[in-house]
Design a protein around this ligand. Structure first.
Ligand SMILES: Cc1cc2nc3c(=O)[nH]c(=O)nc-3n(C[C@H](O)[C@H](O)[C@H](O)COP(=O)(O)OP(=O)(O)OC[C@H]3O[C@@H](n4cnc5c(N)ncnc54)[C@H](O)[C@@H]3O)c2cc1C
Length: 687
């Protein structure tokens, strides 16, 4: 045990607390105190959640209706929480910026949701799901959270089936499963390629039942622009009614953010166009720590970028890797050929070659890097795009690899493939004009999900009292790489099962003193938001908000995307600071504040993305190791695989807002040691 380290009682650590020796980010941040989750559980891992559920205090049903809960977000995490807490009898106010809760980004999820039901009798168990998820996350997640996730996973399926979610079934009527990357069992439940949509309809209906019952009040077309903190507790939000432009304040006993991920910081991503970081970032500026912001998931199977006109990318679900085989031509001179004319012996099924054990089902970070390397080698397919080489000379490269269903169609028949994937394959054909039943699909990695987010303890509470955070918006369960089909699992686990059991312990001390609208903290927050809105409209520069977002995205993808270097990250930080300076002096926001104004909405989101992008680069610069989706070129094995340095970096990086970097302020880094007791840290191998 490192000198001065104290472990929680009941834990027998299998690793040491890390001691950072290298510091590429020196000068960009200040080091704060170590962070310890005050709610971290102890005891045998399989009993921790049961014990916590029992120990957390209950709230008398008669008192619940006196307690107000604000939940921002109506995706799977927020919708499930609103439905469950409404059912329990609390007074819930639910917010989203779409015109219906049902339009939350969760609806886009395609492939499936994991659960350790072991329906295929292929050796699955809670422990195996736990193990796969920790390993998939490259040993950078918290083991207690992940074990709980695995444990709760089976309840989710029961809950959703009871709601009528139409999961795919086998001929005999039993629920069907398929496999996702990073595992050797079939544990993914699905509803064709629309799993998110069906799950969200289930959560939405359960929530609407509570709206009808009067326990949930719904505020659509409302965007949270700030958090209200009174005497150190989160007590409400400032929101803009997006239709009338009115700035409103909403007060409560507790606030939950379930506001989704921030992958759109890269401009091009598979996320819904509206997904943004505003709610989490405004809470961060008010003191909530942002954890591991640089951990970004790049998904291998997206439709390749076709040109500079694009503002959105499309995912082809990972489920297709159950039956699809990824390959490139063995010879660069075949790359321009029709793939059907390239004989079997001239094809390189690179994932099957490099990773014979997991083959096409390696985790996303590994498949993405492998696809990139094939293209870097000059064996990519599809149209040539303009790039520059290492010395800055212009070159042409093809950025695509094949995902080929031919063998599966021959083996199982076209009908069986249609049955599983028809909506995905139709979508591919509509976008590319190519028939994937005839011609192998072309795919390339793209930004898809973020493992970083607001820091939360085991009880999903941030470091601000009374501010909880769930779903993709928090950092909690996936470490440095999320395995496929586990975001839906986490969102619903948080919303249906975890939060309702942890928030009650906090609410048992309520109701808290009533706050009036003219409380100085409320007035200050509202006036701050009003001033920012006026500031945006008054700059009246020459550049569109969109152009700033696009430039930021290009910087992020180039320097903080699939491969990162110390030199590149430092350059990116400089470029982002210049962009920020220009944004605040030269942006042109059209329209007015008192009506629907999408330019104004976007200005706020882009302003936050710029600050977040800078922090992501500082976080990536500090972490001089490669783990999961965070690949530092300086830290790789001779075979080009990610190389971790547990002795230096086995910690969660939780960043505290230090102030505006343009005024010389620096973020403060708090480290939470990742101590394992139920699993041994190992270098990952999928070979
Ligand atoms: C194309 C695609 C396919 C995917 N497929 C899968 C899959 O098959 N399996 C899987 O496990 N995962 C999948 N994922 C990931 C998964 O869909 C998401 O991680 C998950 O749905 C996020 O849910 P959430 O509830 O946390 O947030 P979201 O669904 O993003 O909901 C966010 C909510 O917050 C609200 N909100 C945000 N900011 C504000 C604000 N400032 N004010 C008011 N409201 C706000 C929004 O209105 C919305 O209601 C996929 C992701 C993509 C992009």
């Amino acid at each position: 045990m490192a000198a001065g380290t104290h472990y929680l009682p009941g834990l027998t650590p299998t690793n040491e607390a890390s001691v950072q020796k290298s510091d590429d980010a020196a000068g960009y941040y200040t080091l704060g105190d170590k962070l310890v989750d005050p709610k971290a559980p102890t005891g045998p891992i399989e009993q921790r959640w049961t014990t916590r559920k029992f120990e957390n205090r209950l709230v008398n049903p008669a008192n619940r209706r006196k307690l107000d809960i604000i939940i921002v977000g109506t995706g799977l995490a927020g919708g499930a929480a609103a439905a469950t807490l409404g059912e329990a009898g609390y007074n819930v106010k639910s917010f989203c910026y779409q015109d219906s809760p049902r339009r939350a980004h969760s609806i886009a999820a395609q492939g499936g949701i994991n659960a350790s039901k072991n329906y295929k009798s292929d050796g699955d168990s809670d422990y195996r799901l736990f193990y796969d998820t920790i390993k998939g996350g490259d040993f950078r997640s918290r083991e207690s959270n992940v074990y709980r996730l695995a444990e709760v996973s089976t309840n989710i399926i029961d809950q959703c089936v009871a709601q009528g979610v139409p999961f795919a079934r086998e001929y005999g009527g039993l629920l069907d499963n398929r496999s996702f990357g990073g595992v050797l069992v079939s544990r993914t439940f699905y509803a064709r390629g629309q799993t998110g949509q069906q799950l969200l309809l289930g959560a939405y209906q359960a929530m609407e039942r509570q709206v009808a019952a009067g326990t949930v009040t719904q505020f659509t077309r409302h965007e949270m622009l700030d958090l209200i903190i009174v005497d150190g507790r989160a007590r409400g939000i400032v929101a803009r009614n997006m239709v009338t432009g009115a700035i409103e304040t909403h007060l409560a006993d507790v606030v939950v953010l379930a506001t989704g991920g921030y992958g759109n910081v890269f401009y091009l991503s598979t996320n819904a166009m509206g997904s943004n970081v505003m709610a989490a970032w405004r809470a961060h500026r008010k003191g909530a720590y942002m954890a591991n912001p640089c951990y970004t998931q790049i998904h291998p199977t997206c439709i390749p970028v076709t040109g500079a006109h694009q503002s959105k990318l499309t995912l082809m679900s990972e489920s297709l890797r159950n039956d699809g085989r990824m390959w490139v031509p063995k010879n660069a001179e075949d790359c321009a050929k029709d793939p059907r004319d390239i004989p079997e012996e001239d094809r390189d099924y690179f994932l099957e070659r490099i990773y014979p054990s997991f083959g096409n089902l390696v985790p996303r970070d590994i498949a993405s890097r492998a696809a990139k390397y094939m293209c870097d080698e000059g064996r990519g397919v599809g149209p040539e795009v303009d790039e520059t080489d290492k010395d800055g000379n212009p070159i042409k490269r093809r950025r695509g690899v094949y995902l080929d269903l031919t063998a599966a169609i021959a083996r199982l028949g076209k009908e069986a493939i249609e049955e599983k994937y028809d909506n995905l394959l139709d979508m591919y054909e509509r976008i590319t004009g190519e028939d994937p039943y005839q011609v192998p699909m072309r795919i390339y990695p793209a930004v898809h999900y973020v493992m970083g987010g607001l820091w939360v303890g085991y009880d999903l509470q941030t470091n601000i009292d009374g501010l909880f955070c769930t779903g993709e918006a928090n950092f909690s369960d996936h470490g440095a790489n999320r395995l496929g089909a586990s975001a839906l699992m986490q969102g619903l686990s948080d919303g249906y099962f975890v939060l309702p059991n942890t928030i009650r312990d906090y609410l048992a001390d309520g109701p808290f003193e009533k706050i009036s609208e003219d409380h100085p903290a409320v007035v200050e927050a509202r006036e701050g938001v009003e001033a920012q809105v006026q500031k945006f409209l008054s700059i009246n520069g020459t550049r569109s908000v969109e152009s700033f977002h696009k430039e930021l995205g290009q910087i992020m993808w180039e320097y903080c995307g699939m491969e990162r270097t110390a030199e590149g990250l430092r350059e990116a930080i400089g470029k982002i600071r210049d962009l920020k300076k220009e944004f605040w002096t030269n942006v042109k926001v059209l329209g007015s504040a008192d009506s629907l104004n999408q330019d104004l909405e976007k200005a706020g989101r882009v302003a936050d993305f710029i600050e977040l992008g800078e922090l992501m680069c500082i976080d990536a610069l500090n972490r001089r190791e490669s783990c999961g989706g965070h690949f530092r070129a300086e830290s790789q094995t001779p075979e080009g695989e990610a190389l971790r340095h547990d002795e230096e970096f086995a910690y969660v990086a939780a960043w505290e807002w230090g102030g505006d970097s343009l005024e010389g302020a620096k973020p403060v880094l708090h480290k939470e040691d990742l101590i394992y007791t139920a699993i041994e840290m190992k270098q990952r191998s999928y070979k």
